[in-house]
Design a protein around this ligand. Structure first.
Ligand code: ZN
Length: 135
């Protein structure tokens, strides 16, 4: 899954890509790409709220739970930005950040080591062999 995402990140020509991760107990089983509706998608991301609502609705009706989110940093390290920290709810969800070469996983928590919002977590939790959700 990571190799696929890194390829998509490279193909996005400087725009941040983003989407939703599904799974249970910290293991990603599927992902769904979302439109980046941020005002400046070269520097920020905002998951299309319709995709988010669909995913949450699916979870409530017995579908695969939303485990977290992924997005890319086209020209930066795979570390959360200040903006990421400001926009993340401390809900325990997984934040997977990728660029063309690297990937890292973070957990959004109330009192994190990164900007008070994220803790680093092992990447293997995000490197599942799960199938890709329909896009
Ligand atoms: Zn970011």
């Amino acid at each position: 899954m990571l190799a696929d995402l890194q390829q998509l990140a490279r193909a996005a020509a400087g725009l941040e890509i983003c989407g939703i991760l599904f799974g249970r107990e910290g293991r990603v089983s599927a992902r769904r790409a979302a439109k980046n509706v941020a005002d400046d998608p070269r520097r920020h991301f905002e998951i299309d709220p319709r995709t988010l609502i669909d995913a949450e609705r699916g979870e409530r009706s017995g579908g695969e739970p939303v485990l977290g989110y992924y997005h890319s940093h086209p020209s930066g390290p795979v570390r959360p930005s200040v903006t990421d920290a400001e926009s993340a709810a401390p809900d325990g969800r997984l934040w997977l950040i990728i660029n063309g070469q690297d990937a890292a996983a973070w957990q959004a928590v109330p009192d994190g080591e990164i900007y008070g919002r994220f803790d680093a977590i092992p990447l293997d939790c995000a490197d599942a062999k799960g199938q890709t959700a329909a896009e």
